[in-house]
Design a protein around this ligand. Structure first.
Ligand code: MN
Ligand code: MN
Length: 293
């Protein structure tokens, strides 16, 4: 692994998080927040590893503004961002309460505390179910439930969700943590603790290079292969590059089987969700929280 590049990706993510936090206020357009985050990542010499996710209330993940989005920030907002430095990735998330709600604040506290406790015990040799058990216990002790069908993950170069899964509950699997890079991401909810698929998110990933007939689809496909490879991207980025005709290209590429289109992930009982996430690097020298300053 390229430790220097992973640490740099993490530093950039931490800087962008600190930069954007005070700028997120009720009624600021999500489109403006997304653009500011992604522009800042590029200014600091990284690339967005995936479209920034801005998920409100019961939407847990996979939510990014479309090119003409008019949604304004409100409720319990989760900001999830990733930075790539030559394909070496860092992934971090935090939540903000924009309606001065005691319940939101408690939910945020629960996921942050669960992350902190999980990080404390994460090292070579511990099992993923022990980490998951710690997350579950912390969130339960706050009176909430973890979301059990969302999880943390190992990260490899050009691969955001690689290999090992870090559950948000004790899944009784005896998988030992080895040296590598891992994202830990507890989600806490007042609901029943599961997400279901919602509407299409406008977030895609390349799955097949195969030929497509229409010229615009072909043009968009070549750009995706060049620019994003196996990392997720969104319709908003392609509209910026090609104009709205990119949307036709994307539709054709999806129908032709070139792309996977992610659905939004929604808490199945419609309850609010908070999230906290850091990326951790484990090598023979020990553990480093990559996504802090
Ligand atoms: Mn993330
Ligand atoms: Mn993640």
């Amino acid at each position: 692994m390229n430790k220097a590049k992973i640490l740099l990706a993490g530093k950039i993510a931490a800087q962008v998080r600190d930069y954007i936090k005070p700028l997120i206020k009720k009624d600021v357009p999500l489109l403006e927040i997304a653009k500011k985050i992604e522009t800042k990542i590029i200014e600091l010499s990284g690339k967005p590893a995936f479209p920034v996710s801005l998920a409100i209330d019961e939407i847990a993940a996979h939510s990014t503004p479309s090119h003409d989005d008019e949604t304004k920030a409100h409720g319990l907002l989760k900001i999830d961002m990733g930075v790539s430095v030559d394909g070496w990735l860092a992934d971090t998330a935090f939540s903000i309460d924009l309606e001065n709600s005691e319940e939101n604040k408690k939910l945020i506290e629960a996921s942050e505390q669960a992350l902190e406790n999980a990080i404390k015990i994460t090292k070579k040799g511990i099992t993923t179910s022990e980490i998951g058990g710690s997350i579950q216990e912390t969130i339960n002790s706050h009176g909430f439930s973890p979301i059990i069908n969302l999880s943390g993950h190992e990260i490899k170069q050009h691969e955001l969700h690689a290999g090992v899964t870090i559950p948000n509950f004790d899944d009784k699997k005896d998988i030992k943590i080895k040296t590598g890079v891992y994202a830990i991401e507890p989600f806490a909810t007042t609901g029943n603790g599961k997400v279901r698929d919602g509407k299409q998110s406008g977030i895609y990933m390349l799955i097949e290079h195969k030929n497509v007939r229409s010229p615009i689809a072909r043009e968009v496909l070549h750009f995706i292969i060049e620019e994003y490879q196996t990392l997720p991207f969104c319709s908003r980025w392609l509209v910026k590059k090609f104009g709205t005709k990119a949307l036709f290209g994307l539709k054709q590429l999806e129908a032709n089987g070139n792309l996977h289109h992610f659905e939004q992930l929604i808490e199945s009982s419609g309850a609010k969700v908070s999230q906290a996430e850091h990326t951790i690097l484990i090598d023979d020298d020990g553990e480093i929280i990559v996504t802090t300053r």
